[in-house]
Design a protein around this ligand. Structure first.
Ligand code: FES
Ligand SMILES: [Fe+2]
Length: 337
């Protein structure tokens, strides 16, 4: 079988680590965007992300590199680079080589730390950030819990996983929802908002979800996408729950997906157990989707029916994040309703 997908990596801000996973002085090798990378936190506390390979003789800075003050030192011959990828010190050289002197010799990705997450801006042509990471005021607020994190790595490009939200019908047939969710959807440049009012399976006082299809509760869900790498969901009703959905391309065909949940702290023990059951249930749904994502192809010109969700609209919105020609689909696909 040939390639199931032909998507480049879209540009945008992507979660590359939780803040709590990177201590001052720590160095980590990463592989995202189809690239070898090194993430480190300086002794002053700044998170920095560079391409991994040393411009001297090619060592991987993430495997044995050490933080020295605000620099990272290469494990091979101890050349030191600052967070901008400029060589600042060669311990055994009398003069800085002219090719390195004051110049960026290792690519440095724009990084921000927001919502207790370290974000990197990826653009295949290295163009500066075109929008910002959205702040979620509840994260770190004393009334809200710390993140509960679920994560997966699997074989699908991030557009395919994101399209799931616009694919209303699958919620009934894959996730046992009562009805096809019908949202009010709006788009504003890199942002996409949806609001769903519906019914979700009820839960008993032990946190067991009703799977008989007989007991339902009202649910209200507001979702927002801020570019391709940040989604925010607010579940209201049973327990106020906020979910940051963080899809990060490992390469053009595989992704790392993190769900980070926070909930209000003013819950008793039973409510806490039920709140945990709710986040488990939301996460379980990804595991229902995964076997489909891992085996499907991308249909560039799908036959859609009037019961399907706003898939064409979604693809048009998402296509803005491709630097080169968007995958063939996005312009050609026709909405049927
Ligand atoms: S390879 Fe990095 S200092 Fe030599
Ligand atoms: Fe799904």
């Amino acid at each position: 079988m040939g390639k199931r997908y032909d998507f480049p990596v879209p540009f945008g801000w992507y979660a590359i680590s939780l803040s709590r996973e990177l201590a001052a002085g720590e160095v980590k090798p990463l592989h995202y965007f189809g690239k070898e990378l090194v993430l480190f936190r300086t002794e002053g506390g700044e998170a920095r992300l560079l391409d991994a390979f040393c411009p001297h003789l090619g060592a991987h800075l993430g495997h044995g590199g050490k933080v020295k003050g605000e620099h990272i030192a290469c494990p091979f011959h101890a050349w030191e680079f600052n967070g901008e990828g400029v060589c600042k010190h060669i311990p055994y050289a009398k003069n800085m080589p002219p090719r390195a002197d004051g110049k960026q010799t290792v690519f440095s990705y724009p990084v921000v730390e927001r919502n207790q997450i370290i974000w990197a801006w990826y653009h295949p042509e290295r163009i500066a950030p075109a929008f910002e990471v959205e702040t979620v005021p509840e994260v770190g607020h004393p009334d809200w819990t710390e993140y509960r994190v679920y994560e997966w790595k699997f074989g699908a490009p991030i557009q395919e996983a994101a399209e799931n939200a616009a694919d209303g019908a699958h919620f009934v047939y894959v996730h046992s929802s009562k009805d096809i969710p019908r949202g009010e959807i709006t788009h504003e440049a890199h942002k996409r908002f949806a609001r769903y009012v519906g019914k979700a399976p009820d839960m008993d006082e032990h946190g067991n979800i009703d799977r008989t299809g007989t007991r339902w509760r009202d649910s209200l869900l507001e979702t927002a996408n801020f570019g391709p790498g940040q989604t925010l969901q607010r579940f209201m009703g049973l327990f106020d729950t906020i979910q940051l959905g963080l899809p990060t391309p490992i390469d053009s065909e595989t992704m790392h997906l993190r769900f980070c949940f926070i909930q209000r702290k003013d819950m008793n023990a039973t409510q806490q157990m039920m709140a945990k059951a709710l986040t488990d249930e939301i996460s379980r749904q990804v595991e229902q989707d995964m076997p489909i994502w891992e085996h499907k192809i991308f249909q560039p010109n799908p036959i859609l029916c009037d019961g399907d969700g706003p898939i064409a609209q979604f693809r048009r919105w998402f296509s803005q994040f491709y630097a080169s020609a968007a995958p063939e689909d996005s312009q050609r696909i026709r909405a049927v309703s």
